[in-house]
Design a protein around this ligand. Structure first.
Ligand SMILES: Nc1nc2c(c(=O)[nH]1)N[C@H]1C(S)=C(S)[C@@H](COP(=O)(O)O)O[C@H]1N2
Ligand SMILES: [Mo]
Length: 391
């Protein structure tokens, strides 16, 4: 039995999709052949199902609704969603920057002041497919369009409050977060459980231990009963089904910050740093290749977001980039969530058109025309050419 009250077994291939069940403390993980890797419903009108991953369809987003409902949020699993018993769940905290080993139940964690934070939650590889379709480049990874993102309000405790109460050493520099999902294996190599270290400064700045999303308990697919949230950072930093935190006086590493989630290949140096803050991106609330019925005036809507804070401006083009105009922004100062926008299209002509949107954030970071190639197709932030046909 592991220190989390559950035994683990390694699933040999991420693609060998099977549900993993841990019913009571001490029971073994069981892989149920043929069971889905994602447990929530994935209606085809709302999701593109990639097996262990699923992306939200932008055309299914309700323009009147700011937050992404949990049922609609994208899912990114390295293996499968585990079922974890909340009553025997423990978060283990250990390492050379804490005295002894601590174990916290959910009740222990809920004694800390509950806080809320609205953040953009996004996969590092969101937009990856456009490296291929827009830049003619071959990259590896899930072929997301732009739906591996959402904006949600998290409920939980500040990680900083928890660390302070445990008397973490001032010499702590690095914290490794490890998930309770099965070990990740690919290409015949078992890399162990999904885990990624982050600087202690981020822990004290705005990191959360979240048990809720939009006022509901986390769904199993999104990390129930507890996940880490590192606001504004790449999705992989927000470890789901959080099993342990190793707090160390030395820099910690894992394959998720050395082998993956760094920019490699192309013109990147061998020592490019682990990815942290997400870039700026924009999406239209339309399917790619949408057919729009002609009207005197079409109102088109979309959203822009950035890992570094609010969006300042959004420029759009309805003619493939010849003319640009400012979009109307519907949300101002919504913390770290995305910004909704709209634009009127007067007397569109019948035929094919290309829509573009380019956002700039409060740090004046904007979207380029081309994103430099990297082998794993991370951080596609170029302006997406969105085809539509007016009929
Ligand atoms: N334990 C664990 N945490 C994880 C992952 C995982 O597979 N296992 N995937 C990461 C990645 S790559 C992303 S983008 C987000 C996705 O979170 P979501 O599925 O709740 O949307 O979780 C991150 N945390
Ligand atoms: Mo991700």
């Amino acid at each position: 039995m592991s220190r989390n009250g559950i035994t683990r077994r390694t699933l040999l291939a991420a693609s060998a999709a099977g549900a993993v069940v841990a019913t009571t403390a001490g029971s073994a993980w069981r892989a149920v052949a043929g069971a889905p890797a994602i447990l929530k419903a994935l209606p085809p009108s709302q999701f593109v199902d990639f097996g262990t991953n699923a992306e939200m369809r932008w055309e299914s987003v309700d323009p009147r609704r700011y937050l992404t409902p949990q049922a609609r949020l994208f899912v990114r699993n390295h293996t499968v969603t585990p079922t974890i018993d909340a009553s025997s769940y423990r978060l283990r905290v250990f390492g050379d920057a804490v005295v002894g080993e601590r174990s916290l139940s959910l009740r222990d964690l809920r004694r800390f002041r509950q806080v809320e934070a609205t953040t953009v939650h996004e996969c590092t590889g969101n937009g990856r497919s456009f490296f291929g379709s827009q830049q003619g480049e071959t990259v590896s990874g899930t072929a997301w369009t732009l739906g591996a993102v959402g904006t949600v309000t998290w409920q939980g405790a500040r990680l900083g409050d928890v660390l302070r109460s445990l008397g973490v050493s001032r010499e702590a520099v690095s914290i490794q977060a490890t998930g309770l999902d099965p070990s990740y294996a690919t290409g015949g190599v078992d890399y162990g459980p999904v885990r990624r270290p982050f600087p202690v400064a981020k822990a004290y700045d705005d990191a959360l231990l979240a048990w809720g999303m939009n006022g509901e308990p986390l769904l199993p697919d999104h990390g129930y009963p507890l996940r880490l949230v590192l606001p504004g950072w790449v999705g992989i930093a927000s470890i789901k089904w959080l099993g342990s935190l190793e707090v160390s006086r030395q820099e910690l590493t894992s394959p998720w910050n050395t082998k993956w989630y760094r920019l490699t290949g192309g013109s990147y140096p061998a020592d490019s740093p682990p990815l942290t803050v997400n870039p700026v991106r924009s999406a239209w609330e339309l399917p790619l290749g949408a057919r729009l019925a002609r009207r005197r005036r079409l109102v088109l809507t979309g959203r822009s977001w950035s890992g570094a804070g609010a969006i300042r401006t959004v420029e759009v083009s309805l003619d493939g980039g010849e003319h640009w105009q400012r979009a109307r922004l519907a949300d101002r100062r919504r913390g770290e969530g995305w910004t909704r926008w709209s634009v009127d299209w007067h007397r569109p002509t019948v035929g094919e058109h290309t829509l573009l949107a380019r956002a700039t954030d409060v740090q004046r970071r904007t979207q380029p025309d081309v994103t430099p190639f990297n082998s794993n197709g991370y951080f596609f932030d170029a302006v997406v050419r969105h085809p539509v046909t007016v009929v």
